[in-house]
Design a protein around this ligand. Structure first.
Ligand code: SF4
Ligand code: SF4
Length: 107
C-alpha cells in the first residue's frame, strides 16, 4: 500500500493548516547551524510541548514546501527535520491526512 502512495502528488503532511505542529527538536537546530544553514533554525515558530516548529505560510503549509519541480516537494529534502524524516508514508496518520484533505476519497 505505502509503495503505491506518491508523496509528490500529495504533500499533505507538510500542509496541515495548523500552526506549530511539525516540531523541530533541538538537535536539528544545532545541525543546521553546524552545516551553515542558520536560516533554517530561524524560520521557526512556537510549537507544542515547548519546542519550536516549522513556520507556516498563510495557507498553513511549511515555508519550505514547494519547488520548481513540484508544489508538493520539499526545498530542503536532504537536510529536512527529524520529524519529517520519521513521518512514515502509509502510516495511520498519513492515511488519515490524505482522507482529511481529500487526496483519497473517504471510505
Ligand atoms: S501524507 Fe503521506 S503520502 Fe502525503 S506527502 Fe505525507 S507521507 Fe507522503
Ligand atoms: S521541511 Fe520539508 S518535509 Fe519537513 S514539513 Fe517542511 S516541506 Fe515538509
Amino acid at each position: 500500500m505505502a509503495d503505491e502512495l506518491d508523496c509528490l502528488t500529495c504533500g499533505v503532511c507538510c500542509r496541515t493548516g495548523k500552526d506549530g505542529t511539525i516540531l523541530i527538536p533541538d538537535e536539528d537546530l544545532l545541525r543546521w547551524r553546524r552545516i551553515g544553514r542558520p536560516d533554517l533554525a530561524e524560520a521557526v515558530q512556537p510549537g507544542h510541548f515547548g519546542l519550536v516548529a516549522f513556520a507556516t505560510d498563510e495557507d498553513g503549509a511549511c515555508v519550505h514546501l514547494g519547488t520548481e519541480l513540484s508544489p508538493h516537494a520539499c526545498q530542503i529534502y536532504a537536510i529536512r527535520g527529524t520529524t519529517c524524516r520519521e513521518f512514515e508514508r502509509g502510516s495511520k496518520q498519513c492515511l488519515e491526512f490524505r482522507r482529511e484533505y481529500g487526496v483519497d476519497p473517504a471510505p
